[in-house]
Design a protein around this ligand. Structure first.
Ligand code: 5GP
Length: 267
């Protein structure tokens, strides 16, 4: 048996050479990092859940005509993907103020934005992924005007689709991060959706309680991150019926109590 070739190891995923030219295997780890890897930890079972959630979202996006790198899921932690040349931008779509925009502009978290915002961050760990304008992207040739047109129109379609998908399971899609890559065909290339879509790169709030069901639980030491990720998968119907009971009430207070003591008694 030959050992497969590791091509890249990131904070949450590993890329291995795929079985055919032009393919890769994307492996989902349980490792979690935040604040440009200043904070490190693990979320048990995260890789398995994110692999399933990302498969689900990418498959459904393909059904509405969004081209993606996803080919098929191989096992619990791995999926077969098309090899692309990653465009060095993090494309953040925001519906509601939270996180860095709230800090930067002093907008209260939870304030709905007057309209959907798309922001671009230059992917560079050493620089801490700085926010950049489209002028920078054109000036430094990180992506062409045609590519930016495709990226922004796909980002809006993805947002519309995902807002509906999550609203149907009582989750508010606050914001999320996308990455795109170039797929070459001879001398030509087209832009397709790459990376992953999972609670690692989305802000997902329970519609009724506002409870956070995403990586902010880890970033902000809220506890209950495993339960939150599982809850997103459960509501999407991805847990093979183990605990998909429609009457099940979601309660993170139990997980939280492990960190902070018991919740206050109701009067
Ligand atoms: P913010 O700019 O407010 O920190 O993040 C906006 C959204 O993009 C959040 O949903 C956050 O999870 C996602 N995001 C931004 N940068 C990264 C990143 O480097 N990795 C991941 N996984 N998500 C990110």
């Amino acid at each position: 048996m030959s050992r497969r070739t590791k091509l890249y190891e990131g904070k949450a995923k590993i890329l291995y050479e795929g079985p055919e030219p032009g393919t890769l295997i994307q492996y989902f780890k349980d490792d979690a990092t935040a604040f440009n890897a200043e904070k490190k930890g693990t979320i048990n079972g995260k890789g398995v859940i994110n692999n399933r959630i990302s498969e689900h979202v990418f498959t459904r996006l393909a059904h509405i005509g969004i081209p993606t790198h996803f080919i098929r899921r191989l096992n619990m932690r791995e999926q077969l993907i098309r090899q692309v040349d990653i465009i060095p931008l993090e494309v953040v779509v925001r519906n509601v103020a939270a996180g860095s925009i709230s800090k930067r502009l002093g907008i209260e978290e939870g304030e709905p934005l007057p309209h959907t915002l798309i922001e671009y961050y230059y992917k560079d760990d050493a620089l801490g992924d700085p926010l950049v304008a489209e002028e920078h992207i054109a000036c430094f040739n990180w992506a062409s005007n045609d590519e930016m047109h495709d990226i922004s129109s796909m980002a809006i379609r993805i947002n519309d689709f995902m807002c509906g998908m999550f609203a149907a399971i009582d989750i508010r899609l606050v914001d999320f991060k996308l990455e795109f890559g170039r797929l070459y065909d001879g001398d030509y290339s087209r832009v397709i959706l790459a990376d992953e879509i999972s609670p690692d790169g989305c802000r997902l709030w329970d519609m009724a309680t506002g409870e956070k069901l995403d990586k902010d639980r880890f970033r902000r030491d809220l506890g209950g991150e495993e339960e939150a990720y599982r809850e997103v998968a459960r509501r999407l119907g991805l847990l093979n019926g183990e605990d998909n009971g429609p009457g099940e009430v979601f309660d993170l207070s139990h997980a939280r109590s492990r960190l902070r003591g018991p919740p206050p008694l109701k009067k």
